[in-house]
Write a protein that binds this ligand. Sequence first.
Ligand code: TXA
Ligand code: MG
Length: 314
Amino acid sequence: MPILTQTFFQRAVDALLGQQLVALPTETVYGLAGDATDDDVVARIFALKGRPSFNPLIIHVTGPAQAMLHVQWNELAEQLAAAFWPGALTFILPRATDCPISLLASAGLDTLAVRCPAHPLMQQVLAGLDFPLAAPSANRSGRISPTSAEHVEQEFAGTDLTILDGGDSAIGLESTVVDLTGDAPVIVRPGSVTLEQLQAIIPSTSVQGASGGAIISPGQLASHYAPSIPVRLNATQMRAGEALLAFGDIPFEAPAATLNLSETGDLVEAAANLFAYLRQLDSPEHRAIAVMPIAQMGIGLAINDRLSRAAAGR
Ligand code: TXA
Ligand code: MG
């Protein structure tokens, strides 16, 4: 599996221009990217991930101008792009008439998910292309999202996938997905941009499910982000044979296999460590991963969302 350092980013651009798939760094998680306008390329993304075809992909763009070519832009998008792009916020908007994006990428929906990522290397790659990139997280469907080139290598070992190494993902948790097709933004996937941050720009922003009626993000499957061993949430003591994913002060005796998401109880630091630590503790030598309670505020909502899916019965 070729792993390219930053210096060789042009090879990643060339591979994408040649209809190949390339794993690319973003500030949230690594993405498995390809030409979003090419049906065959998009089909290969679904196949390599083992992703169900009803689960649509996020389309990565250079900015609002490129987004407007593909979706019906509106006032909500304008305000939120001004505040959060480039960054970890994905907009759901109606597809533009004559939108050239593969229908498969949006799983046959009449909406499209668009995001302008902030990672400088990802921006450099996008700038070298004349099409947007479809890029779901670069993990096998249902598994833990990758926050380093090494994680992507683990996910797709034995394939010839090219990986562009942009270092550890600074945020470490996927983008927040907001539905902007209604009168007010609705969060359909909690992520690293918090409800509070969105409400500071548009106070009427809500979370899907809180008031009912809004669309459900098809990717929000009950079991996802799953290690190969069980995950036990809200652990306030240890059970025999468990590894510990701690948060803040540990009020009981910690086992040797302990990783602390943030010793100081910092939720942003915890988000950045979450997927890497789940991977490290995911070993058959442990019976399960016990996870200490995480505060349900700010980015803690997204952390708890991922953890509850990681723990969901399989
Ligand atoms: O941070 C991220 O968002 C990363 C990086 C690589 O950009 N990407 C990512 O993609 O997390 P993925 O495919 O793992 O998750 C995309 C989410 C899924 O929950 C999917 O259902 C939702 O976005 N989604 C995509 N298109 C949608 C649409 N038209 N309507 C509703 N939800 C949509
Ligand atoms: Mg994913």
